[in-house]
Design a protein around this ligand. Structure first.
Ligand code: URA
Length: 244
């Protein structure tokens, strides 16, 4: 990693605004490899240095990752003025300007939404080439049928003239409640797939994204950082080396 200015590194790690960081440095509260640095323009390689602020050691990370259990009523955007963006749900300590949602959930869709600051990871996770599986719990106005299972599995269903990739529909004892796994992410895809079968989605929740499951103990509207194992699983799912 290239060397960077101290104020940029600390800003990236969420220590504070540029002004606050300069003040901390001037006050002698910032140290790099045990040496107090009062000049916030000081340059160093953050991946090879021990950074301390007010006696606390900070672990440098190049990218950040969150999972959110999205409630209905929020739009999958970080700043859209036409609705409440999902970032409004994040606690103060998780607020960043560079969050990017990994794919979109409709305003009325709930469930697992990933956020990252790594653009290459985002690109791969959402590109059809990587066929990342998205699993949805779906409630329907009419019962789903074994014919729906066969049609979705065959990969013959077309939306606007374009064939969809095979999808797996799992029926349950209550045929109004099913799970569907798709491997691409077209606009309103799940709702349009059932509409094409003459049915209507009445409730939709994403329960898994690639290797990650929506944890049962993550309440609706809450978020948490991904664990190192979860981050690694995501990179492996799209054949991308982890970058630090
Ligand atoms: N498919 C939909 O129709 N809506 C979503 O939010 C996600 C997948």
């Amino acid at each position: 990693m290239a060397i960077q200015r101290l104020d940029k590194v600390l800003g990236h790690l969420g220590v504070g605004t540029r002004k606050e960081i300069h003040k901390l440095a001037r006050a002698g509260l910032v140290a790099v490899d045990g040496e107090v640095i009062t000049d916030a323009a000081h340059k160093f390689d953050p991946t090879r240095s021990r950074i301390e602020v007010a006696g606390e050691t900070l672990v440098y990370q190049a990218f950040f990752y969150l999972m959110l259990n999205k409630p209905a009523g929020y739009i999958t955007s970080t700043k859209d003025p036409h609705g409440t963006p999902i970032t409004a749900l994040l606690p103060e300590e998780c607020q960043r300007k560079d969050w990017m949602p990994v794919g979109r959930l409709d305003q009325d869709t709930e469930g697992l939404l990933l956020l990252t600051t790594d653009g290459e990871l985002l690109h791969r996770l959402t590109h059809p080439r990587w066929k990342v599986a998205k699993r949805y719990y779906v409630e329907l106005a009419a019962p789903a049928t074994p014919e729906d299972v066969a049609v979705f599995a065959a990969g013959t269903l077309k939306l606007e003239g374009e064939a969809l990739q095979p999808a797996q529909l799992y029926l349950s004892p209550d045929p109004h409640k099913v799970e569907l796994v798709i491997h691409e992410g077209k606009f309103h895809q799940v709702k349009r797939m059932f509409a094409a079968r003459g049915n209507q989605v009445t409730y939709l929740k994403r329960v898994a994204f690639g290797p990650l499951l929506l944890p049962p103990n993550l309440p609706t509207g809450e978020s948490r950082e991904l664990s190192p194992a979860e981050v690694q699983a995501l990179y492996e799912a799209v054949d991308l080396p982890m970058r630090r």
